[in-house]
Design a protein around this ligand. Structure first.
Ligand code: GLU
Length: 504
């Protein structure tokens, strides 16, 4: 089994692309096959600098390992289509020689004109096909001498596929079953553009053949192109690979394809890594920088359209590839369920050692203007304190900024809880803690001592617990206040009490 992921470097990799790559990769892994990453960059107009690099880094972050590709090399190198122009040119010539392709000289203006005229006559969706080609300027309608001289005069032309007249194209899609399309529905697609570069269709088929691709697994947006591809295989007299067209990933409400705009609206990324548009400078945040774990994301993504046939959900990559099969990929689109994604992230996060979050937390603190001179021991303790409460890695800071800077008092909490009784008790607690031995400043000793202090002084909980939390964190809810005091240390704790006491 040889599979490939063949993105065009027109922008960052969307979550749908991650899924396509993943399914290909898992199948190769399962069958001991090869996974190719081919960069389809023949469309110079849509080329976006940095996108290729981004795609490779994103796959790497997801743990999707490429066997043959631009970085890896391989038996059919190069794997970047812009470096394979001579190959496409050669094969285009064989199609011309066998009569399966022809030259067309129609200018963009004349094509436009023809389309407009057809429209005016009520014929919408005019196509360059076997019904109309005899009215156009091509090697069917021009004599070989004229074709030759126009070529020699440097006139620009394209090479089009000679779609056979009036027959059915049959092929089998592993997800959708038998598909039949009549050739009257297929236009004489341009195979080579006037700039001498191939279109997607030609380059894609030639490369899949030369790279011995056995299974083409790609998004359903390519399904309409598949009959054309079958015709190309026929024209070359090559055996086509097996096809599987994956259903769309839908918006959470099920209405249409999940877009970057939906992601922005819902506050969830749709790209693996941060991306800065090289032209507009617009920044889009990725799953990685937003605090998602790659194995959680991959586990979530694998279930967007496929199921293992049982209720297994949390799976290692090994397990996924053992269980993966095309038969269990659904035909209809799958909704992107954010809660499920968060559940996966939280589940994976709980299993990871605290150390694995250190770098992320440090970088997050730095990027977000926090003090960065915390020791690793302090950060690990903070991470441990929050571990059961976070969903995203950034939540270690976002949900508990007070562990890394002075608290900001929540207005509602302050108004509700800051009163004379509380203040009096906080002053008393502060002086009690002043004389508390520093070397015993640990939850294990602080906790019983604190309760004893409350009891001895008959202090009602409601006049000390919320006020202590307010002083230490500024907000209601969060980890145990004494555990926070332990983390902050004696000096910082007492200074936070003093700060609230001094508050009007
Ligand atoms: N270059 C196409 C894309 O960007 C590849 C489609 C295919 O896999 O055949 O999606």
């Amino acid at each position: 089994m040889v599979v490939r992921f063949a993105p065009s470097p027109t922008g960052p990799l969307h979550i749908g692309g991650v899924r396509t790559a993943l399914y290909n990769y898992l199948l190769a892994k399962k069958h001991g096959g090869k996974f190719i990453l081919r960069i389809e960059d023949t469309d110079q107009v849509r080329f976006v600098p940095g996108a290729e690099e981004y795609i490779m880094n994103a796959l790497e972050w997801c743990g999707i390992r490429v066997d043959y590709g631009v970085r890896e090399g391989g038996p059919a190198a190069p794997y970047r289509q812009s470096e394979r122009s001579d190959i496409y040119e050669r094969y285009a010539q064989t199609l011309l020689a066998s009569g399966n392709a022809y030259l067309a000289f129609d200018s963009a203006e004349s094509l436009d004109d023809t389309r407009k005229k057809a429209e005016a006559a009520g014929n919408h969706g005019w196509q360059y096909n076997y019904k109309t080609r005899m009215e156009m300027e091509n090697s069917f309608t021009l004599s070989p001498e004229v074709v030759k001289s126009r070529k020699e005069a440097g006139e620009s032309y394209v090479i089009r596929l000679n779609v056979p007249e009036n027959r059915e194209v049959h092929f089998f899609d592993l997800i959708r079953g038998e598909i039949i399309v009549h050739t009257s529905q297929i236009d004489d697609k341009v195979l080579m553009k006037s700039d001498g570069l191939p279109t997607y269709h030609l380059a894609n088929i030639i490369d899949d053949h030369l790279m011995h691709v056995t299974h083409v697994i790609r998004g359903e947006e390519w399904l309409p192109s598949a009959p054309l591809h079958i015709l190309l295989y026929e024209a070359f007299e090559w055996t086509p690979p097996s096809f599987a067209h994956l259903p769309l990933i839908l918006r959470p409400d099920g209405n249409g394809k999940l877009s970057k705009r939906d992601g922005d609206r819902l506050g969830v990324p749709v790209f693996p890594l941060d991306w800065t548009d090289p032209v507009s400078g617009e920044k889009t945040s990725g799953f990685r920088e937003s605090g998602y774990l790659p194995d959680a994301l991959v586990n979530f993504v694998v279930l967007l359209g496929w199921n293992p046939g049982n209720d297994e959900e949390v799976m290692t990559q090994e397990r996924m590839s053992d269980l993966f099969d095309i038969e269990r990929i659904g035909k209809s689109g799958t909704k992107f369920d954010i809660d499920k994604l968060h559940w996966f992230n939280q589940t994976y996060l709980k299993e990871k050692p605290e150390e694995s979050f250190l770098d992320f937390v440090k970088e997050f603190l730095l990027k977000n203007g926090f003090n960065t001179n915390f020791s690793d021991a302090y950060l690990l303790k903070a991470i441990r304190l929050m571990k059961e409460r976070v969903v995203l890695v950034k939540d270690f800071v976002v949900k508990a900024p007070y562990l890394f800077k002075e608290p900001e008092y929540d207005e509602a909490f302050l108004t509700k809880q800051w009163n004379e009784n509380g203040k009096k008790n906080l002053i008393a607690l502060s002086s009690h803690w002043e004389s508390f031995p520093s070397e015993k400043w640990h939850t294990e000793t602080l906790q019983p001592d604190f309760h004893e202090w409350i009891t001895t002084n008959s202090i009602p909980n409601k006049f000390i617990l919320p006020q202590l939390r307010l002083a230490l964190t500024g907000v209601s809810g969060g980890p145990d206040s004494i555990a926070i005091a332990d983390l902050l240390g004696k000096n910082e704790t007492i200074s936070r009490l003093a700060r609230l006491i001094a508050h009007a």
